[in-house]
Ligand binder design. Structure first.
Ligand SMILES: C[S@@+](CC[C@H](N)C(=O)[O-])C[C@H]1O[C@@H](n2cnc3c(N)ncnc32)[C@H](O)[C@@H]1O
Length: 247
């Protein structure tokens, strides 16, 4: 397919990943840091969660189990991805779930109503978004007042071992520092903006032969520094701060 836009370039590249089985494979690489993040999300039954850049949907399914039917209602999870092939695979693997909807689309133009999602979890996807400002404006729009966002990023300036990916990836990526990301989120009027590191404690095979790192030592050093987790909330604009009146 001819590529006209940055999103179409991402679509083509991640369709290729999906066809090579890399969508499912990413579960092994991201499960440890994602489970630790999900524990921090304090999910409750009945909540509505968005998973932008859901890939093959393994994390979407973890989320869906945690918010499903309960005394507080029926929780739903929406996974959105720019790769239609990832979405096809995610749907095929999620036939047993009646509280997941997978949507083919861009995080820069989320096909959803405003003030809907209580929580957002994005795993290893945010640095690909060509226009991160636009994606943040969209995430802000679809989140509920006081909704919480959790963005996990493995490729960032403060983890020098991750930077070897930049030239290997066939699509452009943003390389920002923790401090730059915090500023970016604050600029978009999110509050409680925090950054922390999530260490990857999964076992590292001594006979590592993967393509992502030059050596097993680099992989170990990368995991020791950990992923960047950005957390932020959408303010409740309906509730005036003490002393202020909304006209
Ligand atoms: C490295 S994969 C991670 C997938 C999944 N979250 C996981 O951890 O297995 C990045 C995903 O982000 C998706 N993606 C990239 N740019 C996107 C955009 N602009 N909008 C929505 N999804 C996007 C890709 O198609 C891909 O599935």
């Amino acid at each position: 397919m001819p590529e006209r836009t940055p999103d179409e370039r991402l679509q083509n590249e991640f369709n290729r990943w999906a066809e090579q089985g890399r969508g499912e494979e990413m579960e092994h690489h991201h499960l440890d840091i994602t489970e630790k993040t999900i524990r921090l999300m304090n999910l409750r039954r009945g909540e509505r969660v968005l998973d932008p850049g859901c890939g093959s949907g393994w994390a979407t399914r973890l989320l869906a189990r945690l918010v499903a039917d309960g005394p507080d209602g029926f929780g739903q999870v929406v996974g959105i991805d720019v790769s239609d092939e990832m979405i096809r695979q995610a749907r095929a693997a999620s036939k047993d779930f009646d509280n997941i909807l997978y949507v083919w689309g861009s995080a820069q133009q989320i096909p959803w109503e405003e003030n809907f999602f209580d929580k957002v979890l994005s795993v290893e996807s945010f640095y690909y978004y060509p226009d991160q400002d636009r994606a943040l404006a969209e995430l802000f729009r679809v989140m509920t007042p006081r909704g919480q966002m959790f963005i996990l990023i493995n490729l960032y300036k403060d983890n020098p071992y991750s930077l070897q990916w930049v030239d290997k990836l066939k699509v452009p990526v943003h390389v920002r520092s923790e401090a730059e990301y915090v500023e970016l989120l604050k600029k978009h009027a999110f509050y409680n903006v925090e950054a922390r590191r999530i260490l990857d404690d999964s076992p590292t095979p001594d006979d590592y032969r993967g393509q992502s790192f030059r050596s097993v030592e680099d992989l170990r050093a990368f995991k020791k520094i950990g992923a960047l987790l950005l957390t932020a909330s959408k303010p409740d604009l309906r509730t005036p701060a003490p002393g202020y009146t909304i006209y």
